[in-house]
Structure formats: C-alpha cells, structure tokens
Design a protein around this ligand. Structure first.
Ligand code: NAP
Length: 277
C-alpha cells in the first residue's frame, strides 16, 4: 500500500521526506511517493483510495479545489475553506480535510507562544493557503483581519466568502498599492508565492509597526525569502513556512494512521528537512 502527494508540479515537495521518516519510525511498512498528475486522473485516484489500493493522499497545487467534486464527504472545516489537502478513508467513504490552517497556528503557537485571541492580523495574498489560514484564525477568535492581494477581485471574493459564512467577522479589504500595515497589527503573514524566486521582495512600510510584531512567510523554499530577511534585519521575530509544513503533515498522518505525533517526532523531521535543502 502506498500514499501519494499529487499535484503539478510536485517535484519540489518535501512531503515524502517527512512522511517516510514517520512511516519508518512507526514501522508501518508503507511508502509515501510524489505523483505528478493531470486533472483527468483525479477521479481514478479517489477510486483507488475507496478500493484501499491507496492508503491516503495529500493534494497540492493546483488541485486543492478540483478534488472536492470526487470525494464523498468534506470535513466541516474544509467546507468553510473550499479546498482540501488530505484525503482519507473512513468505513467505505472517502473524506477530505484541510490541514493547512491548523498547521500554521500550531507552528506559530509552538515557536512564539502567540495567543491569537483579540489580535490583529495582516494577511498578504488571497490564494488557497490564505483561505485555510483565515478559517483557522476565525476559530481562534482574532480581533481583526486585514487582507490584501495583487488581484483585487480575488481579495473581494475572499472577503465575501468569509462574510457570508460569518457576518460578525472583522475582515477588512486593503488596497494592494502601498502595503502599509496599521499600528494595531500584531502579526503579518505572507501567503503569496512571491518570494520563491531569487531577489523577489514585496515592499512593506514598517514605520507604523509595534516592536512586538511577528512576521511569518509561509514559503519554506528558499529557507529565507528576501522579505523574511528584511523583517529579521529590522529586529522582528520571524518564521518561515517549514514548521507549518511539518505541523500540517502531522495532522494528515494522524488522519491516515490514528497516530498522534509528539514534539520529538516533529523536531526530528524538522532537522532532516533543514539539512535536505
Ligand atoms: P495560490 O492559491 O496559487 O495563490 C498564490 C498567491 O500568490 C495569490 O495570492 C497570488 O496573487 C500571489 N502571487 C503570485 N505571484 C505573485 C506576484 N508576482 N506578486 C504578488 N502576488 C503574487 O497558492 P497557495 O496554495 O495559496 O500557496 C501560496 C504559497 O504558500 C506558495 O508559495 C506555497 O508553497 C506556500 N504554502 C506553504 C504551505 C506550508 O505548509 N508552509 C502550505 C500551503 C502553501 P494573485 O491572486 O494576484 O495571483
């Protein structure tokens, strides 16, 4: 039996390294592989999960939304996101879950003891990852979320998506032109893929920011984006996306194997990942 991360492209994925480490440690006798697939193959992969030929799937770009039409049940939280990254079997039903948001909040809580309640968060980007993170931030009862994205229409769509589900939420659209977070902001998160290439750097005006502000770039490759380097240099506590990646993987692992991973499992795999690139 095998597990796969499927997407296009997938060659950059660290998921096989992470899951195969835990699979070997817990002597599960399985293998986790990458599979670059065309969209047409998605229904047959889900059938393979139903027939127990595949133990589980992780879904990455660009299929996190498309895959939903082929599974039987979407978890309650993934319904609020409209995208899934984990597929697993319960009884004879194929389920989908999204573990990105919980991976993000767990990673930040562990690294900085950050308490999300009543905090103001400034989010850059309105792609799939932003949806997962915002859904989790709402559960954590943050005070306010500012959201900005290069393509204005996508920001408007995101705000309307969450406001139709929760009228109370304080989600404010911010123009992309000059990224100038207000002084009330406690946490800035870059959820865009801008920064993955050399020398790409968004310009953010940090003049208003409080000293205690935390910056997170959810990109993990490169290890430090130019933006992350900038915030570090300015003296702000900063974190890249590797811990989020490992935490979200640990939630998927638990869904497949009912094994709850401990901090030692997480730290061991983090060291291996860091040494690998
Ligand atoms: P996505 O749905 O394709 O969204 C991409 C986002 O990046 C959009 O907001 C897009 O803005 C923005 N963007 C792309 N190129 C840009 C540019 N040149 N200038 C400004 N904005 C740009 O992708 P996603 O799933 O949200 O993933 C986004 C990033 O997060 C990727 O780097 C991915 O590897 C990372 N990620 C990390 C983890 C983790 O566990 N650490 C988990 C999930 C994702 P437009 O709407 O204007 O195109």
């Amino acid at each position: 039996m095998t597990l796969f991360v499927i997407g296009k492209p997938v060659k950059h994925s660290l998921s096989p390294l992470i899951h195969n480490y835990w699979i070997n440690k817990y002597e599960l006798g399985l293998e986790y592989k990458k599979m670059e697939v065309e969209k047409e193959l998605l229904p047959s992969l889900i059938e393979n999960v139903r027939d127990r030929k595949i133990t589980g799937l992780n879904i990455t770009l660009p299929y996190k939304k498309d895959i939903i039409s082929y599974i039987d049940e979407v978890s309650y939280s993934a319904k609020d996101i409209g995208a899934i990254n984990t597929v697993f079997l319960r009884g004879n039903k194929v389920y989908g879950e999204n573990t990105d948001g919980i991976g993000f909040t767990r990673a930040l809580e562990k690294k900085t003891k950050f308490n999300f309640s009543n905090k103001s968060i400034y989010i850059i980007g309105a792609g799939g990852a932003a949806y997962g993170i915002i859904s989790e931030l709402i559960k954590k009862k943050v005070e306010k979320i500012y959201i900005t994205n290069r393509t204005k229409q996508k920001t408007i769509q995101l705000v309307s998506f969450f406001k139709t589900r929760n009228k109370e939420i304080n989600l404010e659209f911010v123009e992309w032109k000059n990224l100038t977070p207000n002084s009330d902001v406690d946490l800035i998160i870059n959820t865009t893929s801008f920064g993955m290439k050399d020398n790409e750097c968004l310009k953010i005006d940090i003049n208003n920011l409080k000293d205690t502000l935390i910056f997170v770039d959810i990109i993990y490759n490169p290890k430090e984006t130019e933006l992350l380097k900038f915030f570090k240099k300015e003296g702000f506590v900063s974190m890249n996306g590797l811990s989020m990646l490992i935490e979200q993987a640990s939630v998927s692992f638990e869904l497949w194997f009912n094994i709850s991973l401990n901090n030692k499992d997480i730290e061991e795999v983090k060291k291996i990942c860091e040494a690998s690139y």
